[in-house]
Every structure is written in structure tokens, then in C-alpha cells.
Design a protein around this ligand. Structure first.
Ligand code: ATP
Length: 321
């Protein structure tokens, strides 16, 4: 394989740049050429393809976001779009493609593999919602950002003796919320995986904690549950405690990647290049039980995972004041 391509797709995640850097440098040092496809599959269909050299990835590791830009592209979900994408890759001499993104992006890679382009997926999303892996690029940075923000909210919540509802990201997954609940300490948590949540229990916990002398309260609400402002109003009415909602939003997607995100993303990038060198295709890289491994994309997409029940249990045991 002489020339490979790399693109980032779906939501951006801090650490994607470290993966791009590792791909470019390890491939070039193995004698391959690397082309960067800008704006994901949307840019592919517009032939937005640039040559990358070792210097083009200098000083990007400590930057959040993705230097290749990212996008979503409806046209690429059609067989015509996929055929056009495969042809554009061939016209540019690209025989292997590394796709950094989430499950949707892997489906695109799977389609290209079926059209004769060797593809490797790297899990990149702050949400950690990719079933085949215990780690996704950006989760660690996003959680650290959310934890630091909640610490700040706690300062003001304590001063005013308030209750704060903090909504964190995670799409339909509650991983960021669960980590924040344990890392920050909270009176309660609402996550999609535990949809049978009883609001009265939360109200009772807040009231009981207040009676025992607690002067402020934090409730972590996952994006997949949402409606934080309405929840704040209901809690204020039920408890008589002034309650405010804060939606952390896109602050969680940006920022300087943590050491873990830089190192794991770099490892996954180098691993992806290795797989392409070996002639592999339709694979996705995963981190499981302390090892970097790879799965067939079809198999990876058929997997499911939930939250860690033990982690959830210990988070519950710590809410009582
Ligand atoms: P994130 O979790 O950050 O949203 P994602 O990769 O799951 O990442 P999606 O918006 O689902 O994000 O997918 C990104 C892009 O992948 C889509 O805009 C589309 O171009 C492509 N894609 C998604 N599903 C398919 C599919 N079934 N076939 C081909 N391409 C697809």
C-alpha cells in the first residue's frame, strides 16, 4: 500500500489531532504517502484532499478539535454517494483510508470497504458510546472539563446555599454524567441507561441531606434526559430550595487534550497504519481490558454495551450525606 488517507467525521473530540499526527508520521516513516481529506465524507465528495507531510502535523497535538475539520454528510449515506467517494479516493491514488469518528462514520467506512478501499476505523467521540471499546478519543478530556466546571458551579452553589442541576453531554449515553457524579460528588444523577428514575427519591434525598446540615446540592443530568430548566423548577417547588440549571454544552468538546487522550489517540493512530500495512480492511480499533485490539467493523457495529453497574452502584452509595 503506497498512499493512505485520513479523515475525521461526526462530532469533533479533543485528541483527534494526536491521532492524525501519529498516522501521518508513522505512515511517512514507513515509506507511505498520506493525504488528508477535509470535512469528513462531505469533503471527500467535494475532493477536498490535501497532501500531508511530517511538518504539517507539527504543534497540533496540544490543540483540541481537528485540523482536518469534520462534518456530517447525508449524500454519503446513499449508494451513489459511496460509489462517488470510492472513485474520488481511487482518482487520488488512496488505497487505504483511516476514519476517525463514531458508529455512523464506521458505517461509511464499512461501505467503502465493500467498494474495494481498505478502511480502518478509530473511535473518536467524547460520549464513549461505541460498544466495542472501553476508551474513545476525547472522553477523558471532556470528563475533566466537565468535572472542573462543576467544581466551579459548586463554589457558587455553596455560597448561595442553592441546588444546581448541571447538564452534561453524552448524547444517549450517561458515561460523562456517571464519571462526574463520582468525581464531583452529587445528590443525584439522571442518565438514559436508568430511565426508570424516580424524581420523588431525588427530592427526598435533597430534603434529607438538607435536614442533616448540607447547605448546597448538585444534581447531574445527562444530555439524553435533558429538560434541565424544567427539572430545576420542579425541584425548587418541591423542596423550597432555590434551584438553578446550567447546561455545560460545547465547552466539553473543546480544550487541550489530556495526556491520556494524546497517548491513547497516538497509539490508535499508529495501530491503524500498522493494520493498513498488513493489508487489513473493514476493521475498527478498540481498547479492551488494558489492550489495544481490533474488530471487524460488522462485528463491532453489532455489539452493545451499558454503563458499568458496579460504578453506578458505588455512585449511589455515596449520595447520602
Ligand atoms: P458522533 O458519535 O460524534 O456523532 P458518528 O460518526 O456516529 O459520530 P454520524 O453523524 O452518525 O456521527 O455519522 C457521521 C457521518 O458518517 C454521516 O454524516 C454520514 O456521512 C456517514 N454515515 C453515517 N451513517 C452511514 C451509513 N449508514 N452509511 C454510510 N455512511 C454513513
Amino acid at each position: 500500500i503506497k498512499t493512505i488517507g485520513v479523515l475525521t467525521s461526526g462530532g469533533d473530540a479533543p485528541g483527534m489531532n494526536a491521532a492524525i499526527r501519529a498516522i501521518v508520521r508513522t505512515a511517512i516513516n514507513s515509506g507511505m504517502k498520506v493525504k488528508g481529506i477535509q470535512r469528513g465524507y462531505a469533503g471527500l465528495l467535494e475532493n477536498e484532499i490535501i497532501d500531508m507531510d511530517t511538518k504539517s502535523v507539527s504543534e497540533i497535538m496540544r490543540r483540541g478539535g481537528t485540523i482536518l475539520f469534520t462534518a456530517r454528510c447525508k449524500e454519503f449515506e446513499t449508494p451513489e454517494g459511496q460509489a462517488k467517494g470510492a472513485q474520488i479516493l481511487r482518482d487520488n491514488g488512496i488505497e487505504g483510508l483511516i476514519v476517525i469518528g463514531g458508529d455512523g462514520s464506521f458505517k461509511g467506512a464499512q461501505k467503502l470497504a465493500g467498494l474495494g478501499i481498505n478502511t480502518i476505523g478509530i473511535p473518536g467521540t467524547i460520549d464513549l458510546d461505541i460498544a466495542c471499546t472501553d476508551y474513545t478519543i476525547g472522553f477523558d478530556t471532556a470528563v475533566n472539563t466537565a468535572v472542573a466546571a462543576i467544581d466551579k458551579i459548586k463554589d457558587t452553589s455553596m455560597s448561595h446555599e442553592r441546588c444546581s442541576i448541571v447538564e452534561v453531554m453524552g448524547r444517549n449515553a450517561g458515561y460523562i454524567a456517571l464519571w462526574c457524579e463520582i468525581a464531583n460528588g452529587a445528590d443525584g444523577i439522571l442518565i438514559p441507561e436508568k430511565g426508570d428514575f424516580n424524581e420523588q427519591d431525588l427530592i427526598d434525598t435533597i430534603l434529607s441531606n438538607r435536614q442533616k446540615g448540607k447547605t448546597h446540592h448538585i444534581v447531574i443530568n445527562a444530555e439524553g434526559i435533558g429538560h434541565s430548566n424544567r427539572l430545576a423548577k420542579r425541584i425548587e417547588v418541591a423542596t423550597g430550595i432555590e434551584t438553578r440549571a446550567t447546561i455545560l454544552g460545547h465547552i466539553q468538546r473543546g480544550g487541550v487534550p489530556t495526556a491520556k487522550d494524546r497517548v491513547y489517540a497516538s497509539t490508535m493512530g499508529a495501530y491503524a497504519v500498522d493494520l493498513l500495512k498488513q493489508g487489513a480492511t473493514n476493521r475498527v480499533i478498540a481498547y479492551k481490558n488494558g489492550n489495544f485490539i481490533d474488530f471487524d467493523i460488522d462485528e463491532a457495529l453489532s455489539m452493545t454495551k451499558g454503563i458499568d453497574e458496579y460504578q453506578f452502584l458505588i455512585s449511589r452509595l455515596m449520595v447520602m450525606y
